[in-house]
Design a protein around this ligand. Sequence first.
Ligand SMILES: Nc1ncnc2c1ncn2[C@@H]1O[C@H](COP(=O)(O)OP(=O)(O)OP(=O)(O)O)[C@@H](O)[C@H]1O
Ligand SMILES: [Mg+2]
Length: 493
Amino acid sequence: MSVRVEFREVSRSFGPVQVLHGVSFALEPGRIYGLLGENGAGKSTLMKMLAGYLEPSGGDILVDGEPVHFRSSRDAEARGIVLIHQEFNLAEDLTIAQNIFLGHEKKRGWLLDDAAMNQAAADVLRQVGLDRSADTRVRQLIVAEKQMVEIAKALAREARLLIMDEPTATLTPGETQRLFALMAQLKAEGVTLLYISHKLDEVERVTDEIVVMRDGRFVTRRPTASVTRHDMANLMVGREISDLFPAKEAAPEGAPILQVRGFSVPGWARDVSFEVRPGEILGFAGLVGAGRTELFEGLLGLRPSSGDIVVAGQPVKLRNPGEAANEGITYLSEDRKGKGLHVDFGLRENLTLMNLKDYARPWLQPAREREAMQQAVQAFGIRTGNVDQKASALSGGNQQKLALAKVLQPQPRVVVLDEPTRGVDVGAKRDIYFLVQRLAREGRAVIVISSELIELIGLCHRVAVMRGGQLTATLADTQLSEEELIAHATGTR
Ligand SMILES: Nc1ncnc2c1ncn2[C@@H]1O[C@H](COP(=O)(O)OP(=O)(O)OP(=O)(O)O)[C@@H](O)[C@H]1O
Ligand SMILES: [Mg+2]
């Protein structure tokens, strides 16, 4: 029971803007495909049409040789086509089991069969390797665990064609490994997998073939073994990509701009002390759950905390992100949809929300707001048909760029970037690395929390490593290597 899919001249518009232009290609059963393309290339849009979430404006989608017209994701699921969304789609107040069977509830007579659902949920949780009870509420899970629930949900639908839109963006190397093993097992059972990712090393490792899209068009489909990572990057952007990281500059000297002493966030971080100088890029490494995000959420007043914070020599109390912004400290959240952006607000409102007072003299000045937005679109390469739309209409990677523009809008002295390149294409990643360096050169302190070790090694003057809520080491530029960072993060050193 395999599925063969073919796109024939598929197009799609949103209002007056056409985002897909006559896309044609086929997918053979039982293979793993990597779908590549820059942010905004149209990958998610195409996959949402295949999975019944959107309808094409023109052209045909054929499943096993016949055109299909899916009205909803249920129609697609009936043909075995299941999509795991790029942005989570879970009901926070329901349990894991309820989420897994939402819309597909198991019943005994007229009643919900909770026992059967919990049992079946436990089975798929074991398959994906999530060590949580099926009756845990989703609200209590961390981001990586939510990703595993999304995958479990798709498995429970018994997919014949499984589309994963950046599934590993939030996973640890161990969890990613387990996901790849699961993918290999599904492939052996004849399932077709479509894997969308900006992590080209993973694409190289797990896929049989790559499909490249650019500007809403199909570019090529090739055996993965026939291309290098460098080729993949060039095919995506349509030009030669040079060095990913800027040349490192000498670590700055002088008095710290931010000093943190004996800082604790109950349940997450204990007795953490560090400092950062103007012009310095300080990395934070650690496994998921090491407490990095929670430490900074505590510092910004988003969680209860204790300890001392000194900014430019002055002790300060930061009770909320607004007070932190007044002291010149801003924070880019790793959870861009939950905490980073208001996706139902317009792009402009999102950009200027943090320093509204600058745009309201004495009342709001839409013209200045527009101008700021236009500048941000330029400076950050945000790809959008129209600056008057809602943030939810941006592609995933472009939402990330908007979030970044937002936290830099108040001209912070210290900026904390939590997973700044998550879901961002290679070209834009490079732009962000050069931007981080420019911020440092302007005399700002930049703190980068990242799960991508290469990124920390390529960018930072120093890297602090956290494990189990404590700071276990701070490594200087010359000591930085993947082995060293992993050893400190896992406690084998
Ligand atoms: N609901 C919508 N309304 C208006 N425009 C949209 C909507 N959804 C997507 N678009 C536009 O369609 C284009 C393609 O977006 P899509 O999300 O498919 O890109 P993507 O290739 O998945 O990018 P990424 O790598 O950033 O996830 C983008 O320009 C985006 O702004
Ligand atoms: Mg996408």
